[in-house]
Design a protein around this ligand. Structure first.
Ligand SMILES: Nc1ncnc2c1ncn2[C@@H]1O[C@H](COP(=O)(O)OP(=O)(O)O)[C@@H](O)[C@H]1O
Ligand SMILES: CC(=O)N[C@@H](CCC(=O)OP(=O)(O)O)C(=O)O
Length: 258
């Protein structure tokens, strides 16, 4: 079985032109099948502010009303996705931009209203890999934004970390799958202010202790939940750190195990 790398990049790379250019140059040198997933939450928040559309987040998830859905569609599926694809082409990496509606790749359902109404936010129901398999076997790189659909004409906002883990899980039936979360720190840190305090391995048991001791908080909690979801569902390798972990040997990062 061939190995596919699913790589997620967040705001620290997307919002910084120089960092994005450098990342895309390195990413294009990766041999073998690869999938890129990008977020862009910070840029969507900036544009919403410019357009006087209020931003509401709950536990790191964007409450997405109709105006916000328009903004995130323009920003994620439009500006960011097309810019990344164009830059990959400039580096001779043949890429195709995707939302979950394209090729019916990611079907989700609108999150049910419990205590909070998240609006047009989707929880992933299934991933269809047939189109992706054709592309990956022909050296074409899918680039995913954080948008899915409900197969009934409705686009839905889905967190980019979740898109990455669900794609990795879906692809694990046809490839050995590795999942990499790239963000601004060297990995999960013992002390969030000290980039040298990387916790090199986290398993289910130590995750619980780290949560209980509040060493892991905020955006890292849903990210790690996605990591464990993937490692428990057939994904062979899950890592968190700076994108350098992909390109430099001995670059410290966090590896997730069962
Ligand atoms: N123990 C920890 N180590 C590193 N980062 C942590 C830790 N606990 C919480 N965090 C926070 O989690 C954030 C990463 O999550 P998030 O902001 O969702 O990243 P991204 O947008 O890149 O996906 C970090 O910027 C940091 O503030
Ligand atoms: C439902 C939900 O919260 N979706 C996210 C999707 C973007 C994202 O995940 O971007 P980062 O990875 O850069 O944070 C949002 O709109 O902010």
């Amino acid at each position: 079985m061939e190995t596919v790398k699913v790589i997620k990049i967040g705001g620290n790379i997307i919002d910084n032109e120089e960092a994005l250019t450098a990342f895309i140059k390195d990413f294009s040198t990766i041999t073998g099948p690869k999938v890129l997933v990008h977020g862009g939450g910070k840029l969507a928040t900036k544009l919403a502010a410019k357009m006087n559309i209020p931003v509401n987040m709950n536990e790191g998830r964007r409450i997405t009303d109709a105006d916000t859905l328009d903004i995130i569609t323009m920003v994620y599926a439009g500006k960011i996705n097309k810019n990344i694809v164009a830059q990959l082409q400039a580096n001779n990496c043949n890429a195709v931009g995707f939302s979950g509606a394209d090729g019916n790749t990611i079907v989700s359902e609108k999150r049910p209203v419990n205590s909070i109404d998240y609006g047009f936010v989707g929880d992933v129901k299934n991933v269809n890999t047939n189109v992706l398999e054709i592309l990956l076997n022909n050296e074409i790189t899918p680039v995913f934004c954080a948008i899915t659909h409900n197969k009934n004409g409705q686009l839905l906002n889905t967190n980019a970390d979740t898109i990455a883990s669900e794609l990795a899980i879906g692809l694990s039936s046809i490839f050995n799958t590795e999942l990499y979360y790239c963000f601004e720190k060297n990995g999960v840190l013992e002390d969030v202010e000290d980039d040298d305090s990387v916790i090199e391995n986290i398993n289910t048991e130590s995750y619980k202790t780290l949560k209980d001791n509040h060493i892991i908080f905020e955006g890292m909690l849903p990210k790690l939940d996605n990591c464990f979801h993937a490692i428990n569902k057939n994904v062979q390798k899950v890592c968190i750190g700076k994108s350098d972990m992909l390109f430099k040997t001995n670059n410290k990062h966090t590896t997730i195990t069962q």
